[in-house]
Design a protein around this ligand. Structure first.
Ligand SMILES: Nc1nc2c(ncn2[C@@H]2O[C@H](COP(=O)(O)O[C@H]3[C@@H](O)[C@H](n4cnc5c(=O)[nH]c(N)nc54)O[C@@H]3COP(=O)(O)O)[C@@H](O)[C@H]2O)c(=O)[nH]1
Length: 742
């Protein structure tokens, strides 16, 4: 409420001779509450007109009811009764005045229709006339009603009307002044405590006010910003341009919200959300601009983290599968449009699972991080290397790469991965990898086709002995189809008697006698002929069929022991137990029962397990070995040297035999490093009271070397390949040095 309006109202009242209104004015200006002001006004009127009872009713916020403002002369029961008086024509004098915004003069309450419902109440209060003047605000809306009651039926005089009119104006001035003051205080409180930075500028964008949060966020005190234009805190060219855009366009808009980089006083930059609004007056002319600034750096960081996590692998910081697919799709699109060739490489670490199982997941993670870093370093900036999951990495190699260049790249990657690493303070750890390569457009024209082709090529590289790479060839799809078909057909292999065993002899070096056989399964497929176990055992392991196959192999081996004995050969047979079979918890009991039911002599059946079993399910493995030992069934550790087991594992498990993996024997004569490893394994086995068998002995030189190193037994093509039963019998009959038991 403007000050001159108050003065105007007061001077009019003064003209009426109310000289003691100074007190009221003082109260008004000293900030007394509105209730006190209105009360004082009512008392002043009553003092001026001693035979009247004055009252002020205020309009409720929703404009539908009247609430008591000040009525010190009315009895409580009356005030209670008119509290919340409905605004409406015919609802007493005051309700009607508020509804119509007109002066309502009721000279005789008892006879006037407006008072029909309130006659009794008025009579009880001794009120007989009521004149009600609406209190109309400066914007023309009703703020309340000033009422004058008389204790007799009465006509107003001209002076009375002037008094009630001026009293209503004075009430209006008080209400608006106080409300404006309250509003200002409220606005100031909000501004001061607003957690957002606030800038108010004049219409030329000169800052005229900032709040404490602005200073807190930007570090600029008021004194340093007043009079400047808000753009001063945008220092980089992009933000300056953004800011200029806002200034140019804002006058035509109501508001503008944008994200902008703002510089704090100390030079630090942060992401802010800036919301500019235009304040216009009633003529729609711009008066002010108001800007709210919120520091959204934390939110930005979270968004960036979420974005990062969606696209990057947290362990290696390499792009993840999502981003890899995204980039591959983009590269494909480019390839199609610009007819550009590119290649996809998939890499799988060899025996990573064993490392995880042996050294623990933390060590596995450390290895992945180190390998990831090496791969990243091997790449050109325009290429992508991603971790697709587990131990699988993917590469997109763009640009012209002929086959030779890809070979060199794959060689380089293999070399980089296989360089020695330090994992968990263990130096000289090594891992190899297998890579599959597919090329666009020759091997596929969609993401799925290229990935499938590269995957097939990885399998091929693995099957070719690992630590190598393979290019996709259409034959690989055929192989995959065959695998899928074999998968179906394998279910009937046992029931249709398609499995058969071949037996490979094992010789004792001290007397050259055949002291053991290893049973090796083959699948005699009606159309495909003899299928090697490494083509179907992994499949059987995956599908669980391995249990049925294992059971059959033991059954058949036990029967063979009987047939051998009938032929006069008292040789034990070793059967392989796959790790997958081992998950059948009753396996030891099943084997023991099979042996007992067969009736063969104790010690005739041996079991070969791989080293990795020692690491997984240690307690179960120990129980398994102990049970077998008690039942006089010996256990050999197969493929020794490839499984990462430690000495402590070996010492803890009661195995009887240790078979040196054939990769150590292969070309050992020309490799002193291999020789010393073989030496170590032989000594290790002996020190743990184990019989040591060398696998894969193919040459006289290898055998001689092993003999000289004190190896107990050999198995390998030098002596014999795995033989079908009839050939084995012939071999044993023809073998000069004879057969026997340990
Ligand atoms: N769970 C089961 N696994 C089995 C069973 N039968 C075999 N297998 C496993 O399949 C893998 C391949 O076996 P196979 O093709 O029979 O190869 C064996 C030998 O032929 C081969 N070998 C033996 N001597 C030589 C040699 O001088 N040179 C050379 N290049 N290869 C040779 O080694 C295989 C025997 O290996 P191992 O078992 O480690 O003693 C193989 O992993 C079998 O274990 C089965 O019934 N159940």
């Amino acid at each position: 409420m403007p000050q001159n309006s108050i003065q105007h109202g007061l001077s009019d009242v003064s003209r009426l001779g109310i000289g003691r209104y100074n007190h009221f004015l003082e109260m008004l200006l000293s900030g007394r509450p509105l209730e006190m002001l209105l009360n004082e006004l009512v008392l002043l009127i009553q003092e001026k007109q001693p035979d009247c009872v004055a009252s002020i009713l205020l309009l409720s916020d929703d404009g539908k009811r009247l609430l008591p403002g000040a009525a010190p002369g009315l009895p409580d029961f009356y005030i209670d009764a008119i509290n919340n008086l409905e605004v409406g024509e015919g609802v007493g004098s005051c309700g009607t005045a508020a509804a119509t915004a007109r002066l309502v003069i009721v000279e005789d309450i008892q006879r006037h229709p407006y008072w029909q419902d309130y006659r009794e109440l008025a009579a009880r209060a001794g009120l007989h006339a009521c004149w009600s003047q609406p209190i109309v605000g400066s914007k023309g809306t009703v703020l309340g009603v000033f009422g004058l009651y008389y204790r007799e039926v009465r006509h107003p005089t001209g002076m009375d009307l002037l008094l009630i009119h001026e009293a209503a104006r004075l009430a209006q001035a008080s209400i608006e002044f106080r409300r404006a003051q309250n509003h200002r205080q409220l606005t100031e409180t909000i501004t001061q405590h607003l957690p957002l930075g606030l800038i108010i500028t004049d219409k030329e964008f000169n800052i005229i006010e900032v709040n404490p949060a602005f200073s807190h966020i930007t570090g600029y005190p008021d004194a340093e910003v007043l009079g400047r234009k808000p753009g001063f805190f945008s220092t980089d060219p992009k933000s300056l341009q953004q800011y200029q855009d806002i200034l140019d366009k804002l006058p035509a808009w109501r508001s503008w919200t944008t994200e902008i980089l703002i510089s704090r006083r100390n030079g630090e930059r942060f992401n802010a959300e800036l919301c500019f609004s235009v304040v216009r007056d009633e003529q729609n002319d711009i008066q002010r601009y108001v800007a709210l600034i919120s520091d959204i750096s934390e939110r930005k960081r979270s968004e960036e983290t979420i974005q990062y996590q969606a696209s990057y692998d947290l362990l290696t910081s390499l792009p993840n599968r999502n981003l890899f697919y995204e980039r591959l799709n983009w590269t494909l699109e480019q390839g199609r449009r610009k007819q550009r060739a590119f290649s996809v490489l998939l890499m799988d670490l060899d025996y990573f699972k064993e490392i995880n199982d042996t050294l623990g997941h933390d060590a596995g993670d450390e290895l992945l991080v180190k390998v990831g870093t090496r791969l990243q370093q091997s790449m050109r900036p325009q290429d992508t290397v991603a971790r697709l999951g587990g131990d699988e990495f993917g590469f997109i190699i763009t640009g012209e790469h002929d086959e030779q260049a890809l070979r060199e790249l794959a060689d380089q990657l293999l070399k980089n991965v296989s360089r020695s690493l330090t994992i968990r303070q263990m130096r000289d750890c090594r891992i190899s990898s297998s890579i599959g390569i597919s090329c666009y457009p020759s091997d596929g024209s969609t993401l799925e086709q290229l990935l499938k082709a590269a995957e097939q090529a990885v399998y091929a590289a693995k099957n070719a002995g690992r630590n190598g790479y393979a290019f996709f060839t259409p034959a690989m799809f055929e192989a995959a189809k065959t695998q899928a078909l074999l998968h179906q057909e394998m279910h009937f292999a046992v029931s249709r008697n398609q499995l058969e065993l071949h037996y490979q002899p094992i010789k004792r070096l001290t007397d050259d006698r055949i002291v053991q056989l290893e049973a090796l399964v083959r699948w005699n497929h009606p159309e495909r002929g003899l299928i090697r176990p490494d083509l179907f055992i992994p499949l059987a392991e995956k599908t669980g069929m391995i249990r049925e196959i294992g059971q059959w192999v033991r059954q058949e081996s036990l029967a063979m022991i009987g047939r051998l004995q009938e032929q006069g050969f008292n040789v034990p047979i070793a059967v392989n137990v796959s790790t997958a079979e081992f998950y059948d918890h009753g396996l030891a009991d099943k084997i023991i029962a099979q042996v007992q039911e067969s009736g063969v002599q104790g010690g005739s059946l041996l079991v070969e397990i791989t080293e990795s079993l020692l690491i997984r399910n240690q307690q179960e493995t120990l129980t398994f070995l102990q049970k077998l030992q008690q039942a006089n069934i010996q256990v050999a550790l197969d493929d020794f040297g490839t499984g990462f087991s430690s000495l402590s594992y070996l010492a803890a498990f009661p195995a009887d035999k240790l078979k040196i993996d054939r990769s150590f024997i292969h070309q050992m004569t020309a490799n002193p490093r291999k020789q010393s490893l073989v030496d170590t394994i032989i000594n290790l086995g002996h020190s743990l009271n184990m019989t040591v068998i060398a696998e894969g002995v193919e040459t006289e030189e290898e055998e001689a070397l092993l003999r000289s190193k004190g190896c107990d037994k050999t198995q390998g093509y030098l002596l014999a390949k795995p033989l079908p039963e009839t050939e084995l019998m012939e071999f044993l009959r023809g073998y000069n040095a004879g057969t026997g038991r340990d």
